[in-house]
Design a protein around this ligand. Structure first.
Ligand code: 2BA
Length: 110
C-alpha cells in the first residue's frame, strides 16, 4: 500500500474530489497554505493499493491544471515615491499538482 499526498490548487479540488469518488478511491481533503504564495491550496491524502497508484496519478493529471499567478513584489527603495511603498507584479507558474508517494507500514480501519 502507498500513501499519496497531492497538493493541488483550490480551483481544481472539488473536481478532483468528485473524480476520486467516481473511481471508488478513498481520499481525505485538507485545507492547506502554500509556504511561498501564502495562499490557500488543497492537500489530498490517498491511501491506495500499489497496483492503483498509477490510476490515481492519471486522475490527478487529468483534472489539475498549471496556472499563472501574480504576486506583488515590493520595489527597491530607489524606485519608491517618497513616503509610499510601491510594488510590481511578478509572474509565478503554479503547478497542477505536487505529489509525494510514500510506503505505508500499517493500515488499520476500525
Ligand atoms: P507555494 O509554496 O505557495 O508555491 C507556489 C508556487 O510559487 C510554486 O508552484 C512555484 O512556482 C513558486 N515558488 C515556490 N517557492 C518558490 C521560491 N522559493 N522561489 C521562487 N518561486 C517559488 P509549485 O512548485 O507548483 O508548488 C505549488 C504548491 O505545492 C506550493 O505552494 C506548496 O504548497 C506545495 N509544494 C511545492 N513543492 C513542495 C515541496 N517540495 N514540499 C512541500 N510542499 C511543496
Amino acid at each position: 500500500m502507498k500513501l499519496i499526498l497531492a497538493i493541488v490548487q483550490d480551483k481544481d479540488s472539488n473536481k478532483l474530489a468528485n473524480a476520486l469518488v467516481d473511481a471508488n478511491i478513498r481520499a481525505t481533503k485538507l485545507s492547506t497554505t502554500g509556504g511561498f504564495l501564502k495562499a490557500g491550496n488543497t492537500t489530498f491524502i490517498v491511501g491506495i493499493e500499489d497496483e492503483r497508484v498509477e490510476e490515481v496519478l492519471e486522475i490527478i493529471k487529468d483534472v489539475c491544471h498549471s496556472r499563472t499567478q501574480y504576486i506583488a513584489a515590493p520595489m527597491g527603495l530607489e524606485n519608491t515615491i517618497e513616503g509610499s511603498m510601491t510594488s510590481y507584479p511578478v509572474e509565478v507558474q503554479v503547478g497542477g499538482a505536487t505529489i509525494f508517494i510514500m510506503p505505508v507500514e500499517g493500515y488499520h480501519h476500525f
